[in-house]
Design a protein around this ligand. Structure first.
Ligand code: ATP
Ligand code: MG
Length: 253
């Protein structure tokens, strides 16, 4: 039987407010919904509330008022014991990376697959392929403390996409890499998007916003405005991203 929730928006905010303890109202009356397979940038000045908005979507914060549905489920009705299952459907690239210091690059990226119980031979194949894609073959056995900001950021991205999540939330994912790598990462995200992943990417990178022509959730002093895509998205994008993430292999980068 068809799941009655399958056509529900992936994310649905209804009159959501967020206020940190002893702070001002950071998000005010936020209302929007994101359909499955959509791709939005989150834009706005530093301090506008982008990270706060994402933190509500990955269940790190609870709204002070209003209602949030994720995958058709009202978050205020989700039990604590059900949270990990919901979180496993969401890939997150944190602005501050949040890698596990006691794990090397390979094990940080493999973590979501191990939690999912994937066979170790398949994990080896996928992780190595993805690490090569983001140019980290030489850092496979390095620990986070010995890596640069850009390397750590790419590990955080690999970990977030390795299990092709239903929803990908990326907070300033290209802030520490050069333009060519930023472009490459966006193409990886596009491949996931083509396979059905809903994308929400907070960025200050106006070059990417101009190039990828996606609608924006624009925040200004905690107030959200939904801006449409500037014009039609580019036609078929071909990429040699890892095949398990939907890549086809005839693209010269
Ligand atoms: N844990 C917290 N406790 C109290 N205030 C917070 C907390 N996190 C963020 N804020 C405040 O909320 C506001 C929005 O912060 P947020 O990190 O969401 O902005 P941002 O748009 O992501 O900024 P940036 O572009 O610099 O990353 C800021 O004024 C910030 O100081
Ligand atoms: Mg932020």
């Amino acid at each position: 039987m068809r799941n009655p929730l399958s056509s529900a928006p992936v994310v649905d905010f209804h009159r959501v407010h967020l206020k940190y303890e002893n702070g001002p109202n950071v998000l005010k009356n936020i209302q929007f919904s994101l359909e499955r397979g959509s791709f939005h940038f989150v834009t706005g000045d530093s301090g506008a509330g982008k990270t706060s908005l994402l933190s509500l979507m990955y269940l790190d914060q609870r709204p002070t008022a209003g209602r949030i549905h994720l995958f058709g489920q009202n978050l205020s009705e989700v039990k604590r014991t059900q949270m990990p299952k919901l979180r496993r459907r969401i890939g997150v690239v944190f602005q501050d990376f949040r890698l596990i210091d006691s794990l090397d690059t390979f094990d940080n990226v493999a973590l979501p697959l191990r939690i999912d119980g994937m066979k170790e031979t398949e994990i080896q194949k996928r992780v190595n392929e993805l690490l090569a894609w983001v140019g980290l073959e030489k850092c496979v056995h390095a620990y986070p403390e010995s890596l640069s900001g850009g390397e750590k950021q790419r590990i955080a991205i690999a970990r977030a996409v390795i299990n092709a999540p239903d929803l990908l939330l990326a907070d300033e994912p290209t802030g520490n890499v050069d333009d060519a790598m930023a472009n490459r990462i966006l193409h990886l995200f596009l491949e996931l998007n083509k396979m059905g992943t809903t994308l929400v990417i907070a960025t200050h990178n106006h070059g990417l916003i101009r190039q990828f022509k996606k609608p924006q959730l624009h925040l200004s002093n905690g107030v959200l405005e939904c801006l449409p895509a500037p014009f039609e998205a580019p036609s078929e994008i071909v990429s040699n991203a890892p095949e398990f993430l939907g890549g086809n292999h005839d693209f010269e980068f």
